[in-house]
Design a protein around this ligand. Structure first.
Ligand SMILES: *Cc1c(COP(=O)(O)O)cnc(C)c1O
Length: 467
């Protein structure tokens, strides 16, 4: 080892011939309906890990990503990575700070103040690079309930050969979230406020992607968390934190506030990359506890979505779950496909005692109530003067429930508290401090098109404004 030489990607459902990284990024969802994964998992030896120890975040990112990418020249990859993290406001990109009994890995120093920037800044640059190479164009279309939309917009604003159309529910996202999206007035950015719910917008987007002639004619692209490049970029900060805390030996635990299983799946890959250095991944959910039930009871079953103070985790089907399932089934694509088909029909999967044991070798879990989330924010503030956002607080609460005094616990801080000011105010009785980039948001010029939740109207708008 180690290089990404001959790194190919396959589908969890076994229905495609192995493809290169570039093809995998452009494909997004595998054409057989499965998710793309590396055909083989690289292993990193101790000597290499030692050489990684002193690297800066962008250097480490280059070393890790090179294990999985063999079709972008190293100098070009370095340039893409450097540009992606130059937009972060902290010199360490993802600093690790100790607060009481846990470490907080701050992932919110990117342009939209949420961890999704770590992946979407990179994905935007990779898209631009690949489109320039192929001479093609792309129209990105997506629906958002708030967070992903702004991170995606900031990932591709001003880029050549890409236009982006983001649907959000009109007046149903927070004021800050709305302004974060609509104040990006680059010519390639189109915000569509849909008179309806997030689900209405999502349904329209799904229909557009299923309209194959439309999809092909306008080269529709997606930026959702099933894109392998997003997972890949997220592996890096697990490695970064684990290396910092295991220099003298031992292992670390990570607590991860989880919605679509994307972030924690990146942790699962990091755990495979660094044998012995990552012990447990604590899967933290809010009251939408589909994934906690999976870890704790060996049952994966649809529930009803409830609204909580951590809205980016209000999810009841985890779009990246199939990636883990493939590993749980020892990379048996036929069995994975069969299980996903069965789940689509029945809405439930059961796991054997032997499988449950394997699940709990890697994962611990807790589901955290709204009340507990708020009291965690309050207690943490009182004890350490540090303000958690509600998503991070869900992770910290689960971490404290599973703390082992012999193993450092790293809690992923997935958003800056200012993004969820109302919940923070409720918890600590005052609003969080506003970061510089938020202060004058309401004074900036903004642009947004309000449309009915009507497929034909959205389609006509895209036709008129597509690149
Ligand atoms: C998206 C998001 C999550 C959930 O991440 P997944 O990869 O979907 O598990 C957690 N916290 C915040 C703030 C988010 O925006």
């Amino acid at each position: 080892m180690i290089s990404g030489e001959n790194m190919k990607y396959i589908s969890t459902r076994g229905g495609i011939a192995p493809i290169s990284f570039k093809k995998a990024v452009m494909m997004g969802l595998a054409t057989d309906g499965g998710l793309l994964l590396p055909q083989t998992m690289p292993l990193v030896d101790e000597k290499t890990l030692d050489s990684w120890q002193s690297m800066s975040y962008p250097q480490l990112s280059h070393a890790v990503l090179s294990l999985f990418i063999d079709d972008i020249p190293p100098a070009d990859l370095r340039e893409l990575i450097d540009r992606s993290y130059a937009t972060f406001t902290h010199p360490e990109i993802t600093p690790l700070v100790k607060k009481g009994k846990v470490y907080i890995l701050e992932l919110f120093h990117g342009p939209t103040l949420a961890f999704k920037d770590v992946a979407l800044q990179f994905l935007g640059n990779v898209f631009e690079y690949l489109l320039k190479e192929s001479g093609e164009k792309m129209n990105i279309v997506g629906a958002t309930s708030g967070d992903t939309g702004s991170a995606a917009i900031y990932g591709v604003r001003g880029k050549e050969r890409i236009n982006i159309f983001i649907l959000h529910p009109h007046k149903r996202v927070s004021a800050v979230q709305e302004l974060q999206m609509t104040t990006v007035i680059d010519a390639n950015v189109f915000n569509l406020a849909i008179r309806g719910t997030f689900d209405d917008g999502q349904a329209i987007v799904k229909t557009l992607f299923n309209d194959i002639p439309f999809k092909q004619q306008y080269q529709l692209g997606a930026v959702n968390s099933i894109n392998w490049a997003r997972i890949l970029a997220q592996i890096v900060y697990y490695v970064y934190a684990a290396l910092k805390l295991t220099e003298q030996g031992g292992a670390v635990d990570f607590a991860v506030p989880t919605g679509n299983f994307g972030d924690i799946f990146a942790g699962f890959v990091a755990r495979k990359l660094l044998p012995g250095r990552i012990r447990k991944l604590v899967l933290a959910t809010n009251e939408n506890d589909l994934l906690s039930r999976f870890v704790l009871k060996g049952e994966y079953s649809l529930g009803k979505v409830v609204q909580t103070s951590s809205p980016s985790m209000d999810i009841q089907v985890a779009s990246n779950f199939e990636r883990y399932l493939y590993f749980l089934y020892d990379r048996d694509a036929r069995r994975t496909k069969e299980a996903m088909m069965r789940f689509a029909q029945s809405g439930i999967l059961h796991f054997s005692a032997a499988e449950q044991e394997r699940i709990t070798t890697a994962f611990l879990s807790a589901s955290v109530s709204q009340q507990k989330t708020l009291s965690t924010i309050r207690d943490f503030y009182q004890d350490y003067g540090y303000v958690l956002d509600p998503h991070t607080a869900v992770g910290v609460s689960a971490a404290l429930a599973h703390l082992d005094s012999t193993v450092p616990m790293v809690c992923l801080a997935t958003a800056h508290p200012a993004k969820f000011g109302a919940a923070v105010q409720q918890a600590i009785g005052r609003p969080p401090e506003m970061p510089e980039s938020f202060r004058d948001l309401d004074k900036k010029e903004s642009r947004c098109q309000v449309l009915d939740a009507d497929l034909a109207k959205v389609k006509a708008f895209i036709e008129a404004n597509a690149i």
